[in-house]
Design a binder for this molecule. Structure first.
Ligand code: AMP
Length: 573
């Protein structure tokens, strides 16, 4: 396909505000796409070169792009800067400046962009500039607009993963294929790979799709229930594991090659050198297992809070951090062992194999666990766990399989809660903010507009304003981070009636607690026909930022509705 044709689709998608139209346009695009370019077209449409766990960085700043535009258009940088000032968008500026005539194919443009991303080391800036200005010189004005936006990570067509899956199913002429495509996607987290498998081998190949080492499996999630009694009533005899408040990791081992993926499927191997080393020494040729990495005090054996573990997120000084706050890895699931897929096996079998796999390892140990059918025993251990710095318990159905990418009652969490608070925290996604008044004015941000995720429509629906629970330092940090993702108008995937002072791309997740969930006409989450949605009462941030979670990992509208119903049932003892 010619790149210009793809850009034609981008324009149509951008012009529509209706999700249904978007599905149709995308499915038309996928129908027309050849198997050898479907993966690339999907990545490009989502503003990336590969799935996020490969995430090659283009490394082109606004300044460099201005330079490239100047070279490609033979105009002084000053002229480019003036146009940029007038348009406020380097995409539009590129459109005005560029007017190339070579009709490049999608694969050619993709290869050029990849070459830019892959150039690193000494002198790389000039080489990247050469590639980029060459590419811009070749393309037409409208192509240049989208290339410029892509380069800066501002393509923003509003196409999330569920939208791609829906459109892929439609492109095969049948919406009902979506669950099977979703299953494959949950096993590899790579929409390009799923689409390519579909285009080359049809639904037969999709049905045969299995997990593979090196491709992160979308993580299984917990449901929640308000009490130990409810848990036993639901599960019968169950495994009760300690709930660790750490950094969830999925470790992939193939011989000595180790990769570690985070909850939001980013490659975080570099953050955890000691876990990588420990995984190498495990007695398995191949393995995929999950657990929580936690900073702990070697002398007292005490576990540190999440924020201490999270300091690993920094780019530098990891080795020093590893010395100061060494990590323990509490493994709680095994998904693959020596070529054998364990996800379909019952919990008990996975657990036994996991225990034998990690036995004797100095860093990796199996999560604390006991089996019971007595709610009193859960309550007793719960208190004891919480005293030692754990978050609560996760109950697991003994015959439950590992359900990639889904939240169901195979795992049920029970967390500590305080009087007058919801039984659990809620993860919300920031979609905009309000400038501060009074003392807050100096931070430039006084409250965040928070939303939850609706996977059905692949949109974010507002649920609250959050203005408390942040320290001064956190406010400043939030402001700096939000400045980088500010957009001129509401993001196409955001559904809000509240007007934020500043809109941002949905990217950051904040964990909040609240007194309760109430019905409110202000917010769009869970709106009924009368226009009444759900809102958080007295929300406050508890983890001001969750770098381990992506926007779509925020709690969903359905979960908020369930929590609202549950809070009415909480038993008063
Ligand atoms: P939450 O983030 O509150 O929804 O709780 C679910 C998270 O608890 C999971 O995503 C894991 O990161 C974490 N977790 C801690 N301990 C366990 C465990 N033993 N089993 C499963 N998940 C656990």
């Amino acid at each position: 396909m010619k790149f210009k044709r793809l850009v034609g689709y981008f324009e149509r998608i951008e012009a529509t505000a209706k999700r249904l139209d978007m599905f149709d346009i995308l499915s038309e695009l996928f129908k027309e796409t050849q198997p050898d370019e479907i993966d690339r077209i999907i990545y490009l449409t989502q503003g990336q070169l590969l799935p996020p766990f490969h995430a090659p960085e283009l490394g082109i700043s606004e300044k460099l792009l201005i330079r490239a535009l100047s070279e490609a258009s033979n105009k002084p940088t000053k002229t480019v800067e003036e146009i940029f000032k007038a348009t406020g968008d380097l995409g539009e500026s590129a459109e005005q400046l560029i007017n190339g005539k070579e009709a490049l194919g999608v694969n050619q443009v993709y290869d050029e962009l990849m070459a830019i991303a892959e150039t690193s080391g000494k002198g790389s800036v000039n080489i990247k500039m050469g590639f980029l200005s060459g590419l811009l010189r070749a393309v037409s004005s409208v192509e240049a607009k989208y290339i410029a936006r892509f380069i800066l990570g501002r393509l923003r067509l509003g196409i999330g993963d569920p939208t791609v899956l829906e459109a892929l199913a439609l492109s095969e002429g049948d919406r009902a294929l979506r669950p099977e495509l979703e299953r494959a996607y949950n096993l590899c987290s790579d929409l390009g790979l799923v689409a390519k498998t579909l285009k080359t081998g049809g639904m037969k190949a999709i049905e045969k799709f299995r997990i593979r080492v090196g491709y992160p499996i979308r993580m299984a999630l917990c449901e929640r229930l308000p009490s130990s009694e409810d848990i036993i009533e639901k599960m019968g005899r169950a495994a009760i594991e300690a709930k660790y408040d750490g950094f969830r990791c999925q470790v992939h081992k193939k011989g000595d090659t180790i990769e570690i993926f985070s909850r939001n499927l980013e490659r975080t191997t570099k953050m955890f050198p000691e876990i990588r080393e420990a995984a190498r020494s495990l007695p398995a040729r191949e393995a995929i297992f999950e657990g929580e990495a936690l900073a702990y005090n070697e002398i007292t054996g005490e576990l540190f809070p999440f924020q201490v573990t999270m300091q690993r997120k920094r780019k530098h000084g990891i080795e020093e951090m590893a010395k100061e706050y060494p990590l323990r890895f509490f493994a709680f699931d095994l998904l693959l062992f020596d070529g054998e897929d364990y996800t379909e096996k019952p919990y008990s079998e996975r657990r036994d194999k996991l225990v034998s796999l990690v036995k004797g390892n100095a860093v990796i140990e199996a999560a604390r666990m006991f089996e019971t059918s007595d709610p009193k025993e859960i309550t007793k251990h719960f208190e004891e766990f919480v005293e030692t710095g754990l978050e609560g318990v996760v109950a697991k159905r003994l015959d439950g399989v590992y359900t990639a990418g889904s939240r169901n009652f195979n795992w049920i969490k029970l967390k500590r809660s305080y009087r007058g608070e919801l039984a659990d925290t809620i993860d919300v996604c920031v979609v905009g903010y309000f400038r501060g008044r009074g003392a807050r004015a100096r931070f430039g941000v006084g409250a965040l507009l928070a939303a939850v995720y609706d996977s059905e429509s692949d949109t974010f629906k507002t649920v609250s304003k959050v203005g408390t629970g942040f320290t001064d330092e956190e406010f400043l940090q939030v402001k700096t981070m939000l400045d980088e993702i500010t957009i001129k108008k509401k993001h196409p995937r955001v559904d809000s009636e509240v007007e934020a002072d500043v809109w941002v791309t949905p990217r950051y997740v904040v964990t909040v607690t609240a007194d309760e969930i109430t019905r409110s006409p202000m917010h769009t989450a869970g709106r009924d026909l009368e226009g009444v949605g759900y809102a958080l009462r007295f929300p406050r941030a508890v983890d001001f930022l969750r770098p381990d979670k992506s926007a779509e990992d925020a709690n969903t509208v359905d979960e908020i509705i369930k929590m609202e119903a549950q809070q009415k049932q909480v038993k008063v003892k």
